[in-house]
Design a protein around this ligand. Structure first.
Ligand code: AGP
Length: 616
C-alpha cells in the first residue's frame, strides 16, 4: 500500500522524508517521489522504481527546503510510470499532493476540470484530486480568519467519494502542510520544533515517539510552530497525543538478512510479550484488560463470529477449533471481504471479533463497520496500537509483538494463534473447563516460547531441505483439524514470498480431487501429530507415496512414522493441543523463507504485495 511522509521544521525536509520513505518500503510500492517548497515553487523528484533510485538520482542540494511531502505508490489507477508517481502538481503549479486510497468519482471530476482548462499528465485519480483542489483554491476568497489553503482542501474533500489519506502543499503557503484522512491511515508526529506526517509510525519513530492518530473525516493544518485539527464540517477537534512504546531499533534488521528472518526468530520473545500480564492470579485462566465486556455479558454470548483476511483469517480458523473444543460455543469464521456483502442472517447473542495485524486492512475495517451498523459489539485482535480497527472496535486485545515489517506475516500470525488459544481458555473456564484443566492449559501456554525456541533449532535442517526443494513449481500442504489452517498458512507463506504455486487442504480431502496433482514433481508437506489422527494422516501419506509423490513431514517427536514413508522429517516437540498449531507453523515459515532466499526473491517486499491492504 502507498506510504506517506511529510515534514515541516528546521531541517532539510528531503533527507528526512527520503529516510521515512525507506522505512515505509515494507508496505509495498512500485514508485516514489518527493516535493519540497522553496522560494514559491516546488522542487520535485519522482520516478518508478525504488526509493534508493530516487535518492541516487536527486542531488540533495537540489531539494533544499524545510517543508515537504514524500510518497511511495502502490499502483491502483494507472501503470507504474514516472508520470503516475506522486507527488502530483496541479496544472497551475500551485498545489502539490500525495494520496493513499482510491477516489471513486474521479472520472466525473476529471471531465468537469477539463472543461475548466485543467490539463493532466498522468492516468491517476490522485492528479484529478490535486487539480480539483487547485480549482477550489483559485475560487476560494482569501478568508482572513482561516487559511484559504485549508478551506479549499475542506471544500475539495466534500466533493470526493472514496478513500484518502492525503498531504498537500501550496506555493502561496511556504510553511504549511494540510493533511486529511478517510479510510487510509495517517499519523501526525509531534517533534521538537518540527512536525511529521506518516502512514505509520515506523517512518517517524526515529524522530519522535509522540503521535496523534488522525481519525476518518479529520483535517490537520500544520504550520512551522503549531497544528490544529478540524472536521470536514470545520468543527474543532482536541488532539490526543499518544506516546509510542516501541523503539526505532525494533524496526531495524539487527544483523538479519531480512525482516522476515528476524521476525521468525524473534517469535519466542514476541510471544512472551503477547502473554505478559494476561494470566489470572490463581493460574487457571487468562485475563484481558481491554475486552470492555463483562464476564456476565460474555457468558450470554451464544456464538462468536470472526472476520479477517489472509493469514489473520487462518488464525481465526484455529481459534474456531479451540473455542469450540474448550469453551463449547459455536464459532463462525468469514473472510471480511465476503461478510460485508453476504448479508447473512445473524443471531441476537453473537459477539464479533476482527483479527488484523495492521489494524488498517480496509476489508476488515469495512466488515467491522458493517457488524456495528447491525448493532453488534465488535472486539479487535490487532498488533498496531492506535490503528483504525483497534480504535473503532468496542474493545479487544493488542498482540504486543512490535512492528512486523516483513510483508509475510510470521510473529503476528503465531501471536494471533496464541491470543486465540488464550481466549479459548478464558471462555472455557467461564463454562465447563475445570480448575485443574485450566492450570494445565496455562502451563502449556507459558511453555510456548520455549517450544518455539526448540523448533527454531531445526532451522539448519530446514534450510538444507529448502535448497533441495526450491526448484519445484507446485506444493500441497496437508493437515487435519486445527492443523488444516496451518496447512493453509504454510501454502500462503510459500506462495507470497517464493511465487511457487501451493495449496492447503484438509489431509483427507486429497482423495476428492487434489491427488490428481500428485506426481514426482509435486511434493506434499504433511502435518503429522501423534494421537487420534496419526493413523488417518499416515494413510493419506501412503496414498501420496503410492503415486510417487515426495513428502516432507512436520511430525511431533513421538510419531512413529513407517520407515521410508516421508522423504524428509522435521520433528517438532510434543505439546498441548491448544498450542500445537503455533509450534507446527514455525517449520513452514522457515521452509518458505529459505526457499524464497534460495530463489533470490525479494523476501520482505514480494512482488505485487503490500503489508497492509488499505484499498479494496
Ligand atoms: C500474510 O502473510 C499476508 N501478508 C496477508 O495475507 C495478511 O495476513 C492480510 O493482508 C491481513 O493483514 P492484516 O492482518 O494486517 O489485516
Amino acid at each position: 500500500m502507498c506510504g506517506i511522509v511529510g515534514y515541516i521544521g528546521k531541517q532539510k525536509a528531503s533527507a528526512i522524508i527520503l529516510e521515512g520513505l525507506k522505512r515505509l518500503e515494507y508496505r509495498g510500492y512500485d514508485s516514489a517521489g518527493v516535493a519540497v517548497l522553496r522560494d514559491g515553487h516546488f522542487d520535485l523528484a519522482k520516478k518508478a522504481g525504488r526509493v534508493e533510485g530516487l535518492i541516487k538520482g536527486t542531488p540533495a542540494q537540489k531539494i533544499a527546503g524545510t517543508t515537504g511531502i514524500g510518497h511511495t505508490r502502490w499502483a491502483t489507477h494507472g501503470g507504474v510510470t514516472d508520470a503516475n508517481a506522486h507527488p502530483h502538481i496541479s496544472s497551475d503549479g500551485r498545489i502539490a499532493l500525495i494520496h493513499n486510497g482510491v477516489i471513486e468519482n474521479y472520472a466525473s471530476i476529471k471531465k468537469f476540470l477539463l472543461t475548466k482548462g485543467f490539463t493532466f499528465l498522468s492516468e491517476t485519480d490522485t492528479e484529478v484530486l490535486c487539480n480539483l483542489l487547485a480549482y477550489h483554491y483559485q475560487k476560494e476568497p482569501a478568508a482572513p480568519e482561516a487559511s484559504r489553503f485549508l478551506e479549499s482542501v475542506r471544500k475539495t474533500l466534500r466533493h470526493v467519494e472514496g478513500t484518502y489519506g492525503i498531504a498537500v502543499l501550496c506555493t502561496d503557503c511556504p510553511a504549511e502542510i494540510v493533511a486529511a484522512r478517510k479510510g487510509s491511515p495517517l499519523i501526525l508526529g509531534v517533534g521538537d520544533g518540527e512536525y511529521m506526517l506518516a502512514s505509520d509510525v515506523s517512518a517517524i519513530i526515529s524522530r519522535t515517539q509522540n503521535v496523534v492518530y488522525l481519525k476518518d473525516g479529520e483535517i490537520v493544518h500544520i504550520t512551522a510552530t503549531n497544528f490544529s485539527i478540524t472536521t470536514l464540517d470545520a468543527e474543532d477537534v482536541s488532539p490526543v497525543v499518544d506516546t509510542i512504546t516501541w523503539k526505532v531499533e525494533d524496526a531495524d534488521l539487527n544483523g538479519y538478512a531480512h525482516f522476515m528472518e528476524k521476525e521468525i526468530f524473534e517469535q519466542p520473545a514476541a510471544l512472551e510479550n503477547t502473554m505478559r500480564g494476561r494470566f489470572a492470579e490463581d493460574g487457571s485462566t487468562a485475563q484481558f484488560g481491554g475486552l470492555n465486556i463483562s464476564a456476565v455479558d460474555l457468558r450470554q454470548v451464544d456464538r462468536f463470529h470472526f472476520l479477517a483476511c489472509g493469514s489473520a483469517w487462518h488464525a481465526c480458523l484455529v481459534a474456531e477449533h479451540l473455542i469450540e473444543r474448550f469453551a463449547r460455543v459455536p464459532v463462525e469464521v468469514d473472510y471480511a471481504s465476503e461478510f460485508r456483502y453476504r448479508n447473512m442472517p445473524l443471531g441476537s447473542s453473537t459477539l464479533f471479533f476482527t483479527v488484523s495485524q495492521s489494524g488498517e486492512t480496509i476489508d476488515t475495517l469495512a466488515a467491522l463497520r458493517e457488524a456495528k451498523r447491525k448493532g453488534y459489539k465488535v472486539l479487535a485482535i490487532a498488533n498496531v496500537v492506535g490503528s483504525t480497527i483497534a480504535r473503532e472496535a468496542d474493545g479487544g486485545v493488542y498482540q504486543h509483538v512490535g512492528p512486523e515489517i516483513g510483508v509475510a506475516s510470521t510473529k503476528a500470525f503465531t501471536s494471533q494463534l496464541l491470543v486465540g488459544a488464550m481466549l479459548a481458555l478464558y471462555l472455557g473456564r467461564m463454562r465447563d473447563m475445570s480448575f485443574s484443566d485450566g492450570v494445565e492449559y496455562v502451563k502449556a501456554l507459558k511453555g510456548v516460547p520455549d517450544l518455539v525456541r526448540r523448533t527454531l533449532e531445526t532451522a539448519p535442517k530446514i534450510k538444507e531441505i529448502a535448497r533441495r526443494y526450491a526448484h519445484y513449481h507446485d506444493f500441497l500442504f496437508l493437515g487435519r483439524l486445527s492443523l488444516f489452517p496451518v496447512a493453509l498458512e504454510g501454502a500462503l507463506k510459500l506462495k507470497e514470498i517464493s511465487y511457487i504455486h501451493a495449496e492447503g487442504y484438509p489431509a483427507a480431502e486429497m482423495k476428492h480431487g487434489p491427488i490428481a496433482l500428485i506426481s514426482e514433481s509435486c511434493p506434499s508437506v504433511f502435518f503429522v501429530p501423534s494421537g487420534e489422527m496419526f493413523n488417518k494422516v499416515v494413510s493419506s501419506m501412503q496414498e501420496i507415496k503410492a503415486r510417487k509423490g515426495r513428502i516432507i513431514a512436520v511430525a511431533t517427536e513421538n510419531c512413529d512414522l513407517p520407515a521410508g514413508l516421508a522423504d524428509e522429517v522435521i520433528r517438532i516437540p510434543e505439546c498441548h493441543e491448544a498450542v500445537l498449531p503455533i509450534v507446527a507453523t514455525v517449520p513452514v515459515q522457515l521452509l518458505s523463507y529459505y526457499i524464497a532466499e534460495e530463489l533470490k526473491r525479494d523476501v520482505d517486499k514480494p512482488r505485487n504485495l503490500a503489508k497492509s491492504v488499505t484499498v479494496e
